[in-house]
Write a protein that binds this ligand. Structure first.
Ligand SMILES: O=c1[nH]cnc2c1ncn2[C@@H]1O[C@H](COP(=O)(O)OP(=O)(O)O)[C@@H](O)[C@H]1O
Ligand SMILES: [Ca+2]
Length: 497
């Protein structure tokens, strides 16, 4: 009996000190794991916002972008959360009534006030960038363009956002930021992957931007833009052709057909049966064509459609100048262009037009595309109107011309071949964000793409929590094992013997 009592007294599990140590150990480990998990638990995501207004020649669009409030520097994180199409025409069309340019933006701005959380309004940067429409107005009448900017600036400052100014983008910026946008959205920059070229077709200008291995910027340096993004150097070729957006090219084509000041023209780029009376002074009211206005013309001319793709292509070709090139190679109008390289994303009016014509699939051979255009252009206007009762007539009338222009620009202008045509993808959006210059513009102005690759944490959050948990468990087991000599079974051994 006395031996048994002695054993019981010697059993360490029965001493208050051991019990206390064990309890403290367990509490400490539970606390450690809890702290590790809580500390690293992803907090409910807060977002920052940015707003960019794209004041294009034909219309203005507002884009809202959002990104997690932390980790601004991570790629592929900024997303478009909302867009709003401003009613009416582009701001450059308000040259004679500038206040209306400002007023036109109100509805979309009020929508933005609803979409961006109130708490974030004051810290949300707001930018307006104007493109070729304002470039042309500025060339034609710089005072009028200043007044439009004043009115637009005054209207935008009435909203609670952090207004960062309104300005005209250079053609180079427009091309380069379009390229940044598509490559950013496609996650190509951070990973240092091969980049995508960008083709942007507007109403008043068009841009081509791509990286070519045999272009280092020494030939025609004005076409070169260099970037260092996420630790990678890029030497981008970019060019913007002012007056080669599809609306201005239509003017150029009509100017070509009205050189002698006729009262009627038979236009192969419009459907048979299409007939409209047009005003000479309206047609020639643009710096792209104003110097070609016939000296003696009637007030109006009758614009009749003929619907002939091949002849339309001849008219379109006449707006390009292929005769002079002082460089090793040119696209058109004496503009240097290196060898085309890599895949291309074609957006804005490229997409609208090719999508309407059911021609976004570039695995369709170029010859078939031309056959389809031939038959589309030859379709009588009455039938086209019947087939598309919900399409705006002004757009509908021009798809034959625009499709012909796009194919001619790509093949004759930029030198895409039947083979390289399939490298083009007609796109509207990438991962939910519109392709266009606006996102690249904002990323640049908010310094959201670092020059050097950001330091990545050695462990992701889940890895960190798992390792801490495993370590804690190991410590606990080690602690228990270290008490082994004092385990009851060990201490009972003498009894067995
Ligand atoms: O639904 C559509 N169908 C056809 N063309 C469209 C549609 N939406 C926009 N567009 C055209 O896209 C072009 C957009 O050009 P934008 O206004 O951006 O000019 P810019 O970039 O030259 O300043 C215009 O020619 C406009 O008519
Ligand atoms: Ca545009």
């Amino acid at each position: 009996m006395s031996a048994q009592r002695e054993m019981k007294e010697k059993n360490p599990w029965h001493t208050p000190v051991t019990i206390i140590i064990t309890v403290i150990g367990v509490i400490a480990i539970v606390a450690l794991v809890t702290v590790a998990v809580l500390q690293n638990r992803p907090v409910p995501q807060k977002y920052k916002y940015g707003i960019v207004l794209d004041a294009g020649s034909s219309h203005t669009a507002l884009y809202i972008y959002a990104w997690p409030a932390e980790k601004d520097n991570n790629t592929g994180r900024v997303q478009q959360t909302h867009s709003c199409k401003v009613k009416g025409k582009g701001i450059s069309s308000y040259a004679s009534e500038p206040l209306k340019a400002g007023e036109s933006l109100k509805l979309c701005m009020q929508e933005a006030e609803q979409k961006v959380p109130r708490k974030r309004h004051h810290q949300t940067p707001l930018y307006l960038g104007a493109t070729a429409g304002m470039r042309l107005l500025n060339m034609e009448n710089s005072k009028a363009s200043e007044k439009v900017f004043q009115a637009v600036g005054a209207a935008l400052q009435k909203f609670p956002f952090s207004y960062q100014g309104a300005r005209i983008l250079s053609g180079q910026e427009e091309g380069a930021f379009g390229w940044v946008t598509v490559n950013y959205l496609d996650d190509r920059l951070k990973q240092g992957l091969e980049t995508i070229g960008a083709l942007d077709l507007g109403g008043a200008s068009t841009q081509i931007s791509f990286v070519s291995d045999n272009y280092d910027g020494s030939e025609s340096p004005s076409n070169s833009v260099t970037f260092r993004l996420y630790g990678n150097d890029y030497n981008l070729y970019t060019h913007s052709f002012l007056c080669y957006g599809k609306d201005q090219v239509l003017r150029l084509a009509l100017a070509h057909q009205t050189q002698s000041g006729p009262t009627t023209i038979l236009d192969p780029c419009f459907h048979p049966g299409y007939t409209e009376t047009k005003n000479y002074s309206v047609l020639y009211d643009s710096p792209c064509v104003s110097d070609r206005k016939p000296l003696e013309d009637p007030v109006t001319f009758i614009h009749n459609g003929q619907g002939n793709f091949q002849q339309c292509q001849e008219v379109v070709k006449s707006v390009f100048n292929f005769t002079t090139c002082k460089y090793s190679q040119c696209s058109f109008n004496g503009v240097f262009q290196p060898h085309l390289q890599g895949p291309f994303g074609a957006f804005s009016a490229y997409y609208f037009v090719m999508n309407f014509l059911n021609l976004t699939d570039t695995s369709i051979p170029l010859e078939t595309v031309k056959e389809k255009l031939t038959s589309y252009c030859a379709t009588p206007w009455k039938e086209i109107v019947k087939q598309h009762p919900n399409v705006k007539l002004s757009y509908l009338a021009e798809y034959c011309f625009s499709g012909t222009y796009i194919i001619t620009l790509l093949t004759e202008g930029y030198n895409f071949t039947s083979k390289s045509y399939s490298d083009i993808k007609f796109i509207k959006k990438i991962k939910g964000s519109d392709a266009g210059w606006t996102l690249g513009y904002m990323l640049n102005l908010t310094n959201m793409i670092p020059a050097e690759a950001p330091d990545t944490p050695p462990l992701p959050h889940a890895g960190y929590v798992s390792i801490v948990t495993v370590m804690a468990l190991l410590l606990f087991i080690l602690f228990i094992v270290s008490l082994r000599p004092l385990w009851p079974s060990c201490s009972k051994q003498p009894q067995i013997v």
